[in-house]
Design a protein around this ligand. Structure first.
Ligand code: RFL
Ligand code: PHB
Length: 394
């Protein structure tokens, strides 16, 4: 088989890229190692930045999001049993975010692609990306396994959207790449529960016992997270223990109350900051988690994945229309600038709100001073609101 753009991975990055290219009349093939049900059920992100919402709408994938998504104009910061609301539109000149789960974004994009897009092959595992070294005239190819056979997809370009554990990043020789990484000595225990969210906006809480986040999936489904020690097994926590701990960490001095309900899913996510530079090697472009990871505290991972593929699609369309490769050549630099801003913000939010196992009373005071600054200085609060709602896409 041959195509213009071979896309490895049908997460949000790969699926949206396929859609953007289809809209521009550029053919593409998506290879996904898992089956459709798995991809549609994997619980992950919940917050879409304004720019992501706009891109999904423009790509024709916004109808259900606009019906069922929950626009949010702020978040609440909780610390010292106090509550502080960050008002996004007031601080950013009108920007807000949308609560609409990654699972739903993927379902919508898969339905569109299968209805009128190019090939999207499930249970098609990319084994290797080859042909990157032989010079400009050579075309890259993806070797993959599908229905028990090994096949080859010849491409003009390969975009690796295969997440942190995929194969595409491994095709870049070590000598030409550099990685930057930070791990954290804690993870997030996440639950889904069949109970209406106890607050109408997300609550990010700093507590001496550790971080807690109260989020939602719909008006009837709560999503919540607890900071837990690295290596924690989700089964170490009973449902009652999770609710009790959420209660402690979210407690306030007013009459606010956490509603409990049946827990339907429980899992632990490790926390990592990671960047692979450059994001391009010859005709292989890395996008989304394949190139970078942020800790989820800033809600940036999915939005960065969207930013990368928008940058790639616009650059390729520009190349087709004008013959100029400058924007494609600038892909890595363009994306990395945005990526490092998201890394900075996610790191800042993580260290602002989590309590590491070695935290000292001095560290606690610094965290509280940073929170005091954010909640009393309009400049500091605007900085948070601007980063949370997202930087413009180029
Ligand atoms: P994905 O979603 O990991 O998709 C990669 C796809 O590639 C497939 N694959 C392969 N296919 C073919 N051949 C191979 N050899 C392959 N190897 C892998 C995989 O099966 C998969 O389908 O990467 P993508 O598209 O870059 O998207 C990134 C996002 O999924 C991720 O950044 C976010 O989920 C991060 N994240 C959040 N991001 C936000 O923007 N807002 C949030 O609120 C938010 N919350 C979160 C999060 C991630 C979390 N976890 C579980 C890590 C909350 C959590 C708890
Ligand atoms: C979520 O609802 O899954 C979620 C929300 C905000 C975050 C991370 C995850 O920062």
């Amino acid at each position: 088989m041959r195509t213009t753009v071979g896309i490895i991975g049908a997460g949000p990055a790969g699926l949206l890229l396929a859609r953007l290219l289809h809209e521009a009349g550029i053919d593409a093939v998506v290879l996904e190692s898992r089956d459709r049900a798995y991809v549609e059920r994997r619980q992950r992100a919940g917050i879409l930045e304004q720019g992501t919402v706009d891109v999904l709408r423009a790509a024709g994938a916004g109808a259900r999001m606009d019906r069922e998504g929950l626009p949010h104009d702020g978040i609440e910061l909780r610390f010292d049993r106090r509550r502080h609301r960050v008002d996004f539109p007031a601080l950013t000149g009108g920007k807000s975010v949308m609560v609409y789960a990654q699972t739903e974004v993927c379902k919508d994009l898969i339905a569109l692609q299968l209805a009128d897009g190019g090939p999207l092959l499930f249970e098609a595992e990319a084994l290797a990306v080859e042909g990157l070294e032989e010079g400009e005239s050579e075309r890259p190819r993806i070797r993959y396994r599908h229905e028990g056979r090994e096949e080859v997809l010849d491409c003009d370009y390969v975009v690796g959207c295969d997440g942190f554990w995929g194969v595409s990043r491994k095709a870049v020789p070590q000598g030409v790449s550099r990685t930057y990484e930070r791990t954290y000595p804690f993870g997030w225990l996440g639950i889904l529960a069949d109970v209406p969210p106890s607050h109408d906006e997300l609550v990010y809480a700093r507590h001496d016992r550790g971080f807690a986040l109260l989020s939602m999936r719909s008006p009837t489904v709560t999503r919540a997270y607890l900071q837990v020690p690295e290596g924690t097994d989700a089964h170490d926590w009973s449902d009652t223990e999770v609710w009790d701990e959420l209660d402690r960490r979210l407690e306030t001095d007013d009459a606010w109350k956490l509603e409990r309900g049946p827990v339907t899913a429980k899992s632990v996510t490790p926390m990592r900051s990671y960047v692979h530079e450059p994001m391009r090697h010859g005709r292989l472009f890395l996008a989304g988690d394949a190139a970078h990871i942020v800790p989820p505290t800033g809600a940036k991972g999915l939005n960065l994945a969207v930013g990368d593929v928008v940058t790639f699609a616009r650059a390729l369309i520009h190349r087709r229309e004008t013959g100029e490769a400058a924007r494609l050549d600038a892909y890595s630099a363009t994306c990395l600038r945005r990526v490092w801003q998201a890394e900075r913000f996610s790191y800042a939010m993580t260290t602002l709100l989590h309590r590491g196992p070695d935290a000292t009373p001095f560290d606690d005071r610094i965290q509280l001073a940073r929170l005091d600054r954010i909640t009393t200085s309009r400049a500091a609060e605007t900085d948070l609101a601007t980063a949370y709602t997202g930087f413009p896409l180029d």
